[in-house]
Design a binder for this molecule. Sequence first.
Ligand SMILES: Cc1cc2nc3c(=O)[nH]c(=O)nc-3n(C[C@H](O)[C@H](O)[C@H](O)COP(=O)(O)O)c2cc1C
Length: 175
Amino acid sequence: MPKYLVVSTSGNPDSNSRRMGQVAFEHLQKRKVDCAWLDLKDLDLPLCDADKCYGIAGAKALHKAIESADGILIAAPVYNYDVAAAAKNMIELTGSSWEDKIVGFLCAAGGSTSYMAVMAYANSLMLDFRTVIIPRFVYATGDAFDGNQVSDKKLLVRIEQVADELVRFTQALRG
Ligand SMILES: Cc1cc2nc3c(=O)[nH]c(=O)nc-3n(C[C@H](O)[C@H](O)[C@H](O)COP(=O)(O)O)c2cc1C
């Protein structure tokens, strides 16, 4: 049976992308698929130095979590018209563990103009690791949230759609 992982990459304790990831995770749990949650902010990760970083406990735990998943949803903040550096660092720390994974994106942004922010990151996953990218990106701005909740009903539907697409693609490719 395929395994799924939702990974939150924001370091902000008040993160909107984490809220989106939690909606997706709860939806996957309701579907009774084998799904895990991982929050990078709990792992005390080093920056990739291509040397000692790989031996650090958090990096090893991250590597194991990525390697054991078939389908992965990345919840990421948009910083400077790109996904945040923490999400890039995650790939640098774990490298080939992304080989042939199926990956979807949930992005939180401040404004509406950075909606292509995920493209360079998605390209690098495809080019480096033949990752299959779900062609449905969820992108949300701050007005879709109320306190701790995702309040925009259309956004809730879109998050569930991308989670469903992750399952559909992963089952089709992994059986
Ligand atoms: C350093 C920095 C850079 C940002 N750059 C952008 C940007 O280029 N485009 C945008 O729409 N929002 C930008 N934002 C706003 C964030 O995307 C927004 O706060 C979002 O909620 C971050 O995700 P998070 O809440 O999950 O941490 C930036 C925020 C920070 C702190």
